[in-house]
Write a protein that binds this ligand. Structure first.
Ligand SMILES: NC(=O)c1ccc[n+]([C@@H]2O[C@H](COP(=O)([O-])OP(=O)(O)OC[C@H]3O[C@@H](n4cnc5c(N)ncnc54)[C@H](OP(=O)(O)O)[C@@H]3O)[C@@H](O)[C@H]2O)c1
Length: 249
């Protein structure tokens, strides 16, 4: 048993979740990871000694069977999620909006609700929500994702209020642009369009965000990091991004 207890990381088959699982394993947690692409998840988990379990946070049954295999949990990192598309409001694709709400908002609600008794039973549980600057800074083309991330943020804040006086911390980490598979997923596998998002600037890496999540979950029990906003030096807001004209870094 890792000295720090069990940490569950959702959406750990790539990006921020994978980097977080690796860091938390190194920091002495017993890490349990979940995602849909089980082969990739297993491969990542094997590299850091984590336990890989299939998980689709949009599916009640999948969440129930995941949680049934995790009787103890001290830290829950709700990271699974992402964006689909960048259509204008007028062209909103309701299925994409629905998925974003399901994965980012309801996924976090399902996982947190199911693991809350175990988190509280440790006497020092920590819930982390991986939000986004998109949750408090809407931008053109972002409505569906903005709506989902701000709803996730509102729910997280309410949970913090409702757990006041009980031994569970509720924290949110809000990154700006991070170079992961996020844009590839958002643009349905269009690699050129995804690469354009980070052209001429230095974005955050998944590792940069994972380091912050590790910091959040390793503070003393009385310290609750309510919100941590992290952007690269080249980004000052959702739409203010410095790009070098020569395309260099
Ligand atoms: N990259 C950015 O610029 C950025 C900025 C701010 C916030 N974020 C947030 O950071 C989180 C992680 O994103 P990322 O940047 O690391 O992107 P990513 O590389 O695409 O990773 C997303 C992860 O979520 C998992 N996932 C997606 N749907 C899932 C579901 N229904 N059930 C379980 N797992 C699911 C994916 O695994 P499977 O496909 O294998 O299920 C994958 O492991 C997301 O919540 C995202 O909104 C990202």
């Amino acid at each position: 048993m890792g000295a720090r207890g069990v940490a569950v990381v959702t959406g750990a088959s790539s990006g921020i979740g994978a980097a977080t699982a690796q860091r938390l394993a190194k920091a002495g947690f017993d890490v349990v990871v979940g995602a849909r692409r089980i082969d990739r998840l297993r491969e990542m988990a094997a590299g850091c000694g984590a336990r890989a379990l299939a998980l689709d946070v949009t599916d009640e049954g999948s969440v129930a069977s995941f949680v049934a295999q995790v009787p103890e949990c001290r830290v829950l990192v709700n990271n699974a999620g992402g964006a689909l598309g960048m259509d204008a409001f007028a062209d909103a694709d309701i299925d994409q909006w629905r998925w974003m709400y399901e994965a980012n908002v309801l996924g976090t609600v399902r996982m947190t609700r199911a693991l809350l008794p175990a988190l509280e039973a440790t006497g020092d549980g920590v819930v982390v929500v991986v939000g986004s600057i998109a949750g408090f800074e809407p931008y053109e083309g972002g409505a569906g994702y903005n709506a989902a991330k701000s709803a996730e943020r509102a729910a997280r804040q309410v949970l913090r209020y409702e757990l006041l006086g009980r031994p569970v911390r509720v924290c949110e980490v809000d990154p700006g642009m991070v170079e992961t598979e996020f844009s590839l997923v958002r643009f349905a596998g269009d690699t050129a369009r995804a690469a354009q998002v980070y052209a001429g600037m230095t974005p955050l890496s998944a590792e940069d965000v994972a380091e912050c999540i590790e910091f959040v979950v390793t503070r003393p029990a009385h310290v609750n990091i309510d919100e941590m906003v992290i952007m690269s030096r080249d980004q000052a807001s959702a739409r203010r991004v410095h790009r070098s004209t020569d395309g260099g870094q």
